[in-house]
Design a protein around this ligand. Structure first.
Ligand code: GLY
Ligand code: MN
Ligand code: MN
Length: 431
């Protein structure tokens, strides 16, 4: 048995204990986790790509298993009802030959319908309709139970950290190949294909659609296309690319100046990277991510002044709200079996912790704890729609911004484990 398999056994031990405790606290005899099913296009026989429900993946690591169910009852091995009908059109689902499978009772099924439940008080979690839950005699997604199980995903086990680390390694291989494709003159689609080849992952299995923004497209926060033609000028590439490994997600962004970049661009990339490193150094148990979000904006104000994009004091820039036009998204989020993992905006008791009014997109507002894995992703973009509201400000060096307009933007994103001994950057070579 490998070290990873041993860690996976410990992870399953911990899950079994934690589920037993939570189910007892919420007075359930068990919980049925539904992996889910791919959505079918209306009037068509084709399906959208699919990701299994996070709590199902938390146990099994199987993010592609559809129509399957996991019954968890304290004191006995979980039962995995695996949808694997005899089918000559498709290869039936199979589990890997790995030690963790022996921890489950596995029942092969030829129906996507839920399995019958034993007598008792049960909840069904996942994309379960009220009619389905009623037929099972179970509660569908009771919020208090869901919140308590979400909480179990907040602090990662050693096994989960190992998987996240490996997802990072694979994503970084993709990023290197993508950068090379960009510098070799490739179009956005060529860059994406180079990424997928090096990360060894098909597009439909990525944790999110990679964002491959050449030039001004880098300033579209969730840019969703892949141009087929290479750009005339190559100012910049912003690539936000992930990878899934054994269910766990990497979420990494790099920004590369191109051969036609304005001289102002590379120093901005370096400045933002240095700011990101300082923010990472501030990750500690008991710390506040909301406070780090505020430090991000202080750092952006300083960078804008240093790079002479705004001629004012950093304090005045911060006060004016201008930094929020340059970076309208949050500093980061929890990461795990989902790219935006659950429970970032509630405390450990499930009480809501809404983001501050001035940072509504912030997805992580709870106190930091050892074992959390978070993304750290400051950005600095040239988004005409947002800058327009500041057009009246004479202190803004509009001509310099004009020279940078076709560079889109910069984001630098790493995945970091919070520990009492200091942050561990899973994305860096040492991570
Ligand atoms: N890739 C999505 C995000 O960075 O949150
Ligand atoms: Mn992210
Ligand atoms: Mn990202």
């Amino acid at each position: 048995m490998t070290e990873l398999h041993r860690q996976q056994h410990d992870h399953l031990d911990r899950l079994q204990q934690d589920y037993a405790r939570v189910l007892a606290e919420h007075r359930y005899d068990g919980v049925l986790l539904y992996s889910g099913r791919p959505a079918r296009h209306f009037g068509d026989d084709q399906h959208a790509s699919f990701s299994a429900y996070g709590h199902f993946v938390h146990w099994t690591g199987q993010a592609s298993l559809a129509h399957s169910w996991l019954l968890v009852r304290p004191g006995e091995p979980p039962t995995l009802y695996l949808y694997a009908p005899a089918d000559f059109w498709h290869l039936p689902a199979r589990l890997p030959e790995e030690p963790w499978v022996a921890r489950f009772r596995v029942e092969l099924r030829d129906t996507p319908e839920p399995p019958p439940l034993p007598r008792g008080r049960y909840a069904v979690l996942g994309e379960a309709s009220p009619a389905m839950a009623q037929a099972l005699g179970a509660a569908a997604n009771p919020p208090a139970l869901v919140a308590a199980l979400d909480e179990l995903r907040v602090r990662k086990s050693d096994y989960e950290v190992a998987c996240l680390r490996k997802a990072n390694r694979r994503a970084l291989a993709g990023h290197r190949a993508a950068r090379d494709a960009f510098l070799a003159g490739g179009a956005e689609l060529d860059i994406q294909l180079a990424y997928l080849g090096a990360a060894r992952q098909r597009e439909s299995e990525l944790p999110y659609a990679n964002i491959v923004g050449v030039n001004a497209h880098g300033g579209v926060l969730h840019y969703q296309h892949y141009d087929l033609e290479p750009p005339g000028k190559r100012h910049s590439l912003l690539l936000d690319g992930g990878c899934r490994h054994r269910g766990y997600c990497a979420d990494i962004t790099r920004t590369w100046p191109g051969p036609d970049a304005a001289p102002e661009f590379a120093p901005l990339v370096e400045g933002l990277t240095a700011l990101q490193q300082r923010l990472i150094a501030g990750l500690a148990p008991g710390g506040s991510f909301v406070a780090l979000q505020r430090r991000l904006h202080e750092g952006l104000a300083t960078l804008l002044v240093e790079q002479q994009l705004v001629n004012a004091s950093a304090e005045a820039v911060l006060e004016s709200g201008l930094t929020r036009a340059f970076c309208p998204h949050g500093l980061g989020h929890l990461l795990g079996v989902q790219v935006h993992d659950v429970a970032g905006r509630v405390d450990a008791e499930g009480r809501p912790l809404p983001p501050p009014a001035e940072h509504p997109s912030l997805r992580l507002t709870r106190e930091l704890e050892a074992g959390m894995v978070v993304t750290m992703e400051p950005g600095l973009y040239l988004i005409p729609m947002l800058l327009e509201a500041h057009r009246h400000r004479p202190e803004v060096a509009w001509r310099r911004l004009e020279a940078l307009a076709d560079h889109g933007g910069i984001r630098i994103e790493d995945n970091v484990l919070v520990t009492a001994e200091g942050p561990v950057n899973l994305t860096s070579r040492e991570g």
